[in-house]
Design a protein. Structure first.
Length: 196
């Protein structure tokens, strides 16, 4: 995605850098894969022919579609959300949205590149690019451009990531002993430390 949306909260910042579809709504929605929330534009929902009403008794927004309705309850601090698991609604990322801007033959070449990569045992992306660039595979019709398109459209190959993303050991922290001045020790002779 060219222009991700920054989401700032008390715990830090993240980006909604994926676009997906909500069933029954024609427009795209920004999805934050690392978070628990996605951004839904009220203006776009109304343009899609849905009505949005605020129910003061329930303190909730009700989005009414042609044959369905969603309730966005106040979760905390004035933020409204819809619990997806309660209705079976799911946000999905579609390949159709990601193939926009590519010609059909480029998408077909990307599928061939993805298939070839899985047939070769799912090497790392950089290794696969090097193998294609150095012509190490006989009769391989895959090009570097088709590998790049496959990575943009389909994302990283899950099989090539499994077992390779490991936690790194943190640097060791050596204890530093500090000599406490006698004035502090003399004022704090009757301190009891409890460790539980």
């Amino acid at each position: 995605m060219e222009h991700p949306i920054a989401i700032h909260s008390t715990t830090g910042a993240t980006y909604a850098n994926t676009i997906g579809y909500v069933p029954n709504l024609p427009d795209l929605v920004y999805i934050c894969e690392n978070g628990i929330a996605s951004i839904l534009s009220f203006a776009r929902v109304q343009e899609a022919g849905c009505t949005i009403e605020y129910n003061q008794k329930q303190d909730a927004f009700v989005v009414q579609g042609p044959a369905w309705s969603l309730i966005f309850n106040c979760i905390l601090l004035g933020l409204y959300g819809h619990h997806v698991s309660t209705t079976g609604l799911c946000l999905i990322n579609t390949v159709d949205a990601l193939t926009e801007g590519y010609l059909p033959w480029q998408v077909a070449a990307a599928k061939a590149a993805q298939h070839t990569m899985s047939m070769m045992g799912s090497p790392r992306l950089q290794t696969f690019k090097l193998m294609v660039w150095a012509n190490l595979v006989n009769n391989c019709l895959v090009t570097l451009k088709s590998i790049r398109v496959a990575d943009n459209v389909f994302g990283p190959d899950v099989a090539s990531l499994q077992g390779k993303m490991v936690h790194q050991m943190p640097d060791r922290v050596d204890p530093v002993l500090v000599k406490i001045p006698l004035e502090i020790i003399s004022h704090n002779l009757n301190v009891i430390v409890l460790l539980t």
